[in-house]
Design a protein around this ligand. Structure first.
Ligand code: TXA
Ligand code: MG
Length: 342
């Protein structure tokens, strides 16, 4: 299949948005930019279109998709129950990088929710994503637009590396501002629980709801047989080709550790301004004291490590507060949970 690139980079291009919406209404796959990462979108109400998402990504069938809506007013058409706490979260964080798990109505086909009776709902704030959903007039099921297992795409060029020839169109909206995926929260057992940390931080949610729990799978490895609240948590993810290890240590100690092991194929994933401390190739991901810049850079940096031919990567450990928890969660998965505390 020929993949059409629809350029929307500089402004809200009306023709581009009309074209993307038209393809989606026809049941085609269209990659759209969002404020978090690019999404591989299809009509969430069309079972066949949604099945093609799983094929294009090579995604396991038991991993449910997020349903993207244009506004919270759309929710009663697709969600069976909207608890008071969900309303508070929507008022505070929608449109934006927060996915809320709610009981779904039967109109959402079970392929979207991988057989669960719930679905994740999100209202993206990216103006192009918003305009496409509004113009299409249908909810969009959209996972991140990478091949399963690869780092999520934050640029249209990342999408084309993975999905050229597998989707009808890619809408190029430039680089994604947040850079890591949305926060996924469930309210199912009466208490708010974060299943995946993301663009909205636990601190922000606590401010709105008074309490928030963080699922153990966010920072701990779950075994393949284990039942997890969010099926996406159990897969190896975000991984470049290299073997990645996280080094939890002060910069001096890490530099000593890495420089003792310097040889061809060894690389470091560090913060800006730290490159001169290492005698190996370095790729940077943001500033050491700025979680938002780390989130924005992380996935691009992981892809860059492949481009420089890194075989072994030692990664600086981010701080875990604020959006840092999301950065740490993604890096942990990229590293297959290998972390050295020096
Ligand atoms: O920022 C984002 O959320 C991006 C953009 C495109 O919106 N989308 C995204 O989708 O990251 P995906 O499919 O890569 O990740 C969705 C996550 C998975 O971990 C999945 O298991 C979880 O959300 N999820 C979806 N529906 C769920 C449900 N009903 N119950 C529990 N977890 C669910
Ligand atoms: Mg994903």
């Amino acid at each position: 299949m020929l993949t059409e690139v629809i350029n929307c980079e500089n402004s809200i291009d009306k023709d581009g948005i009309k074209r993307a919406a038209e393809l989606l209404r026809e049941g085609k796959l269209v990659v759209i930019p969002t404020e978090t990462v690019y999404g591989l979108a299809a009509n969430a109400l069309d079972e066949k279109a949604v099945a093609n998402i799983f094929t294009a990504k090579g995604r396991p069938q038991d991993n449910p998709l997020i349903v993207h809506v244009a506004s919270k007013d759309w929710l009663p058409r697709y969600a069976a129950e909207i608890p008071e706490s969900a309303k508070k979260l929507m008022d505070a964080f929608w449109p934006g990088p927060l996915t809320i798990i709610l009981k779904k109505l039967p109109v959402i086909p079970s392929i979207v929710s991988a057989g669960l009776d719930t679905a994740g709902f999100r209202c993206p704030s990216h103006p192009i994503a918003h305009a496409i959903i509004e113009e299409a007039g249908i909810p969009l099921a959209a996972p991140s637009a990478n091949l399963s297992g690869k780092p999520s795409p934050t640029l249209a060029s990342h999408v084309l590396q993975d999905l050229d020839g597998r989707v009808s169109a890619v809408v190029d909206g430039g680089s994604c501002g947040v850079g890591v995926e949305s926060t996924v929260i469930t309210l199912a057992d009466g208490h708010p629980r974060i299943l995946r940390p993301g663009g909205v931080t636990p601190e922000q949610i606590k401010d709105v709801l008074g309490e928030v729990f963080i699922d153990r799978a966010v920072t701990h490895k779950v075994s393949m047989g284990e039942i997890v609240a969010s099926p996406g948590m159990k897969y190896k993810h975000y991984a470049p080709k290299a073997h990645v290890s996280i080094i939890n240590a002060p910069l001096d100690k890490m530099a000593e550790f890495v420089n003792e092991r310097a040889k061809d194929g060894v690389a470091v994933l560090c913060f800006e301004g730290e490159q001169n401390r290492f005698n190996v190739q370095c790729v940077t991901y943001g500033q050491s004291d700025d979680g938002a810049s780390q989130a924005q850079r992380l996935f691009d940096a992981l892809r860059e490590l492949d481009e420089i031919g890194a075989k072994t990567v030692y990664a600086r450990c981010p701080s875990l507060d604020g959006i840092g928890l999301a950065v740490y969660n993604r890096l942990l998965r990229a590293a297959g949970f290998e972390i050295f505390n020096l």
